[in-house]
Design a protein around this ligand. Structure first.
Ligand SMILES: Nc1ncnc2c1ncn2[C@@H]1O[C@H](COP(=O)(O)OP(=O)(O)OP(=O)(O)O)[C@@H](O)[C@H]1O
Ligand SMILES: [Mg+2]
Length: 258
């Protein structure tokens, strides 16, 4: 059975696309057959994050009925498949966002997981992506504005009777001004299923158009995303024990390379 999971947020820039590409890669590592889909039609980035931005046909062509679904599913070298959206402004013309559910539901049976990235907020595009999914993961940063916006999308999802898997807290620095996961759970009333640390390997991997497992498979963020994939699949994962720097030189090297 295909799991159709939307990665969504109230606030923009919290890490939806980063999680979509990396979770798709992590699930692939667990032997799952995955399609990553860019349902962010106005500001799509999944192609750029994954190095698949120069493809000839996109989701926009299918929404405009110019292409068939089979023409826009591309194999990514890492092993998952990807449905990119067009980055061209011209392609936004005549796009029927309302056709998104019809497209995702016709993908059922074609993969174990369909992981969908979408636009932030509560606009028509984001709402259409909600109605095109079965389950959602809400991603937020550990601050009040992001969590407050997450609450809005959560309410909308609950009204639509979607299955809310939980909340991913991204860019956790562990400083005292952040909301803790316990506080976020209390505010939202749903479990925190992953805490992904602030990790500059993420930024570097995106710059190289690679997922974090290609770029730095044992980085702190990679390990947390793998744990999330393990939770979703129910398949075991033994995270590597990261060696703590022991002496001053090692500590300096550690901080310089973080
Ligand atoms: N765990 C992390 N550690 C460090 N940087 C991160 C982390 N997660 C995301 N980022 C940075 O945050 C930026 C925004 O992430 P991303 O594009 O995934 O957000 P988004 O929610 O998809 O944004 P939008 O709402 O605009 O689509 C990325 O360019 C990346 O560099
Ligand atoms: Mg994005």
């Amino acid at each position: 059975m295909t799991r159709l999971i939307l990665i969504t947020s109230g606030k923009g820039g919290v890490g939806k696309t980063t999680l979509t590409s990396n979770l798709s890669a992590a699930l692939t590592d667990f032997g799952e057959n995955v399609i990553a889909m860019d349902a962010n039609l106005t500001t799509p980035n999944l192609g750029l994050h994954t190095g698949m931005h120069l493809v000839p046909n996109t989701l926009h062509d299918v929404l405009k009925k110019k292409k068939k679904l089979k023409d826009i599913i591309y194999p990514h070298p890492y092993g998952f498949k990807i449905i990119p959206a067009s980055m061209s402004l011209d392609d936004l013309r005549d796009v029927d966002v309302g056709r998104l559910p019809e497209i995702t539901f016709s993908l059922l049976g074609k993969a174990d997981y369909i992981i969908m990235d979408c636009a932030a907020g509560l606009g028509r595009e984001a709402i259409s992506a909600l109605s095109a999914s079965d389950e959602i993961i809400i991603i937020t940063n550990p601050n009040l504005p992001a969590v407050t916006d997450a609450l809005k999308i959560l309410k909308l999802a609950q009204q639509s009777e979607l299955d809310v898997i939980g909340v991913v807290v991204n860019r956790v620095r562990g400083n005292k001004n952040e909301l803790s996961s316990e506080e976020i759970e209390e505010l939202l009333g749903v479990p925190v299923i992953a805490e992904i640390p602030e990790d500059k390997n993420i930024f570097k991997s995106i710059a190289k158009k690679q997922n974090i497992f290609e770029y730095a498979p044992y980085s702190p963020a990679a390990i947390e995303i793998k744990k999330l994939a393990s939770k979703l699949t129910g398949k075991p994962y033994n995270p590597p024990k990261l060696r703590k720097p022991r002496n001053l030189i090692q500590r300096m090297a550690y901080w310089l390379t973080r």
